[in-house]
Design a protein around this ligand. Structure first.
Ligand code: S3P
Length: 168
């Protein structure tokens, strides 16, 4: 069994992934952390040294490795489903869950977050809101290929996700 959590930066994939894995007695992998360990560099360093293009190649390779593992929950990076055939690979090798909170929630979380995210670094609240709205329009068609889509939940609990998964 393998579950991939997908969705925009700040949607809560890692937090939910960790909880879900614990409840289902599965391992948990954070794709960004996996990329950092495999490449001996942080995500911002990979972006700085190789650009987004280089990062996307590292991401694709890491996802292909993880796709061969079993019994785990994977929290992917926000862009992972939107490049190459990554979304098809995930759908072929597991269940995909798209967590889709409204933009206001993503903005609040990202403004508070301490994680460094090269794509949104230094943006004001207004710039961030505009960037997310525009970027989400491009990404939504990929995210919406998920086997389960969870929208508009302000305080998504692990029980909500488990209930929806059972209905699938
Ligand atoms: C990215 C999201 C980040 C990370 C990288 C690029 C994106 O992961 O993979 O900074 O393109 O949306 P999170 O979604 O965990 O922040």
């Amino acid at each position: 069994m393998k579950i991939y959590l997908i969705g925009y930066m700040g949607c809560g994939k890692s937090t939910m992934g960790r909880k879900l894995a614990q409840r289902l007695n599965l391992c948990f992998i954070d794709l960004d952390k996996y990329i950092e360990e495999r490449n001996f560099r942080t995500i911002p360093t990979i972006f700085a040294e190789e650009g987004e293009e280089g990062f996307r190649l590292c991401e694709k390779k890491a996802l292909e490795e993880i796709a061969d593992f079993e019994n785990l929950v994977v929290a992917t990076g926000g862009g992972a489903p939107c490049f190459f055939e990554n979304m098809e690979l995930m759908n072929r090798t597991g269940a995909t869950i798209y967590i889709a909170p409204p933009t206001e929630i993503l903005v609040e979380r990202l403004l508070k977050s301490k994680n460094e995210r090269p794509l949104i670094k230094g943006k004001s609240r207004e710039e961030l809101t505009r960037f997310i709205d525009e970027n989400l329009q491009k990404r939504a068609p990929f995210y919406e290929k998920a086997s389960l889509i969870i929208r508009d939940k302000h305080n998504l609990e692990v029980d909500d996700v488990l209930r929806l998964l059972e209905k699938e």
